[in-house]
Ligand binder design. Structure first.
Ligand SMILES: [Mg+2]
Length: 232
């Protein structure tokens, strides 16, 4: 077991599907979208089309439910043969509104873990996505009291993590990131010399899928509570 005690002052935590549930609500929205379009097409291929439209729009508009609305609308236009009926457009808008204001659910074990770490580390949320959307989640989560503050990053690649480290007067080697996404929370951090703890989530967004890289600066746990074994 790798011992991280005394090696880090600051811990960065991913938010979506690390601190609170997120992806499952997007999956439910996808199911509703498939149902909405049932008169036009079967479920096959709808998910792929939606993912493709998402990937087209993310570089332009960033992450979050508003971008998802554009992707869904683009997909719906295509599935409806170029003409989008009012009923479908309003249906998409309702799916996205429900998604943006879904019930809030903290991941099991998070609160106890943060409580145990409080006062021993400077803890910062490092999430990516739509700024108002993420800040709203952070503020309504009830977890704000455990954190120094919340960073909403433009993206989570090597460059963004180098900027994050510099902003907090840390060398890249002093970065400790905890999160569920190998692609966003683990690989870029260890690539620049930092350390990462992977807390898996049962639902992973296809956009985030990636094989775990080989590194002795990666720790894999099964639940977030297990990070305490390495940090306390
Ligand atoms: Mg995440």
């Amino acid at each position: 077991m790798k011992d991280l005690k005394g090696k880090f002052d600051t811990i960065f935590f991913d938010a979506d599907d690390t601190l609170w549930e997120n992806e499952r609500f997007f999956r439910a929205a996808e199911d509703q979208f498939i149902e909405l379009l049932a008169d036009y097409t079967g479920p096959e291929g709808v998910q792929d089309l939606l993912w493709r439209k998402q990937e087209d729009n993310i570089p332009l508009f960033g992450y979050g439910s508003k971008t998802y609305m554009i992707g869904m609308t683009d997909a719906a236009v295509e599935l409806c043969g170029g003409h989008l009926p009012e009923r479908i457009y309003q249906g998409v808008k309702k799916i996205i509104t429900d998604l943006a204001f879904h019930e809030f659910e903290i991941v099991d074990g998070v609160e106890d873990t943060l409580k145990a770490l409080q006062g021993r580390y400077r803890m910062i949320v490092a999430t990516k996505g739509d700024l108002p959307e993420q800040m709203n989640k952070y503020r309504t989560s009830g977890l704000e009291r455990y954190f120094h503050h919340c960073e909403v990053m433009e993206n989570k690649d090597e460059k963004n993590y180098l900027e994050l480290a510099a902003k907090h007067d840390l060398d890249p080697e002093q970065l400790l990131m905890i999160g569920n996404s190998v692609r966003s929370d683990i690989a870029p951090v260890v690539n620049i010399g930092g350390t990462a703890i992977h807390t898996p989530h049962d639902v992973v967004w296809v956009h985030e899928m990636m094989d775990m890289p080989e590194s002795d600066r990666i720790i894999e746990v099964k639940t977030i509570k297990e990070i305490l074994d390495y940090l306390l």
